[in-house]
Design a protein around this ligand. Structure first.
Ligand code: PXL
Length: 294
């Protein structure tokens, strides 16, 4: 076995929601299970995610600077940097600063814009937030993972015009519109773009673009949408790519795992707002050895 320094290190900039299975609570075990070292930089501490009737929140933004300053003294060579949900002013700037300080030439910078779904921005999110995400994070990313709504917002595409292509069963117009958005997003900086959550004919489709190549990866719809699945998806894809897997294999692996996790959660009658009971199948994810992922 090679020296432990060969083990990949991934910085995860996200909130810590204590209950409901999202953000750091799910990202840490997934990244660890894939045998990379997960290094969290919290943006906020919450008792639970915002899909419950109430929560306690503690904004961690002002601590992000001194926290990363301390890491800088340690000269940590991050192989991956992930960013996700940000809901306090200044966090996007801190994440941008983190990338500026810690990204090496070959660091995978994975940005989940995490700001909208089902055709509209999340409650409390503004056009100003969109601009900041686009200018400070998307432009610096190597991989971005917007859902369909976020891809539309980032490119100024009318969401309704995408839905208007749905009656065409050949999906020719839908695919052309998606490729058009992918090219616009790539023109902003990231070479790799994944557009998630396109629901068609009881199937879930993800668009995966790696440079010139664009693929449409479909999976059978496993059940109702649940919180935290985007964070699990990002963690699997980012860690797998950092470990040398191709982007489309990584997306297939993530799609597969999330499909199983949703099915097991339905079988176990886990309430939707409590996310997916990924713990029950986590051992299925760890099918590769440390030697293989290196
Ligand atoms: O999974 C995204 C997410 C992250 N963090 C918080 C959330 C959500 C989604 O609702 O509420 C606090």
């Amino acid at each position: 076995m090679k020296s432990i320094d060969a083990q990949k290190k991934i910085a995860i900039i996200n909130d810590m929601s204590g209950y409901g299975r999202c953000s750091l609570s799910v990202m840490l075990p997934i990244v660890s299970c894939l045998k990379a070292q997960a290094c969290p930089l919290p943006t906020a501490i919450l008792s639970n995610h915002t899909g419950f009737p109430s929560e306690y929140k503690y904004d961690f933004t002002e601590h992000m600077g001194p926290y990363m300053q301390a890491w800088e003294q340690l000269h940590i060579p991050f192989d991956g940097i992930m960013t996700g949900y940000m809901n306090y002013d200044g966090q996007i700037r801190e994440a941008e600063e983190f990338i500026r300080r810690f990204a090496k030439e070959d660091t995978v910078i994975f940005v989940d814009p995490s700001m909208a779904d089902n055709g509209s921005l999340y409650r409390g999110f503004t056009e100003g937030h969109v601009k900041e995400i686009r200018d400070r994070l998307v432009r610096k990313a190597t991989i971005i993972k917007p859902n369909l709504t976020e891809a539309c917002i980032l490119t100024g595409t009318d969401y309704a015009s995408i839905l208007a292509t749905y009656p065409d069963h050949t999906m020719r117009r839908l695919k052309a519109a998606l490729i058009n958005m992918v090219r616009q997003l790539q023109a902003m900086g990231p070479r790799q773009v994944i557009i998630t959550g396109i629901e068609r004919h009881e199937r879930f489709m993800n668009v995966v673009a790696d440079g010139e190549e664009v693929r449409f990866l479909a999976a059978r719809k496993a059940g109702e949408r649940r919180p935290g699945t985007g964070d699990i998806f990002s963690s699997i894809v980012c860690t797998s790519v950092v470990s040398g897997m191709s982007l489309d294999r990584a997306v297939k692996k993530a799609q597969d795992f999330i499909g199983r996790a949703i099915r097991v959660s339905e079988e176990q009658k886990v309430p939707v707002r409590e996310g997916v009971a990924f713990e029950l199948i986590l051992d299925k994810l760890a099918c590769t050895t440390y030697e293989q992922v290196k």
